[in-house]
Design a binder for this molecule. Sequence first.
Ligand code: G
Ligand code: G
Ligand code: MN
Ligand code: NA
Length: 256
Amino acid sequence: ARTVERLRGALTRGEFVVYYQPLIRLDDERIAGFEALIRWQPAGEPMVPPDRFIGLAEDSGLIVPIGAWILRESCRVAAGWHRRHATVISVNVSPRQLREPDFGLLVLDVLRTSGLPPEALILEITEGVLVNSGLVTEQAISHLAMLRSHGVKVAIDDFGTGYSSLAYLRDLPIDHVKIDRSFMPAQDAPDPTAGVLIKAIIDLAAGLRLGTIAEGVETRAQVDLLRELGCVRAQGFYFSRPVPESDAARLLHEAS
Ligand code: G
Ligand code: G
Ligand code: MN
Ligand code: NA
């Protein structure tokens, strides 16, 4: 309960920070954009990772104002990067945010205020957002369909770890699949079946004209395998950890 109280005041005290992890195009290995990842920095204390407060923020409803803040902040920063480098920004959205009647309007307002083109924004959602106990969640679908009609992109995060039927990939309003890092073949355990699932996911997504982003890429061998399999983008410690805004800007300028 004390953590919830501290979390409640964190927004007005300006204690949240956005870190950025590069998304790399596999054909030329250049930066295509970034995923925005929130951090909590209470004054005089160690930084708190999202795993330790996002659940709490969801249960208490605080994820609604916190999510709105990260969307506004990351789109503001990304608009500057987009003007010079044509990069995209990928922002995580919680199921709770998509249940808000005003979510679609919020995103449109953030785009207008920041000047970021809709095509440069990717909203990351988990399978559970769209499909709950086999039922498609209509409120979420209608927000995403409306935003996509404006050009905003939608990615399914942690793909392959939920229970959704493959038919949903065809029917739901999505543009990209983020392949969960548990599918990344380990380099020290040469397993003949390693790569089978990841190849199947990439082929499936490509066949449905969806983009692919592999997560948790940590080695050169994984990068080479992914490119061979036709994966479009990759993200992981091999390229960069999530870094503060100024470091992300430096990565962009060095690369151009
Ligand atoms: O950055 P890190 O790898 O520690 O993130 C851990 C988890 O926290 C990620 O899986 C991600 O889904 C979640 N997360 C990070 N930033 C945000 C955010 O801004 N909003 C939401 N809803 N989840 C986030
Ligand atoms: O939203 P999502 O659950 O996909 O959040 C990405 C999470 O994955 C973040 O916590 C980020 O720090 C973490 N991550 C990013 N790249 C790597 C990686 O190469 N290896 C591992 N183990 N974790 C990673
Ligand atoms: Mn994500
Ligand atoms: Na993920």
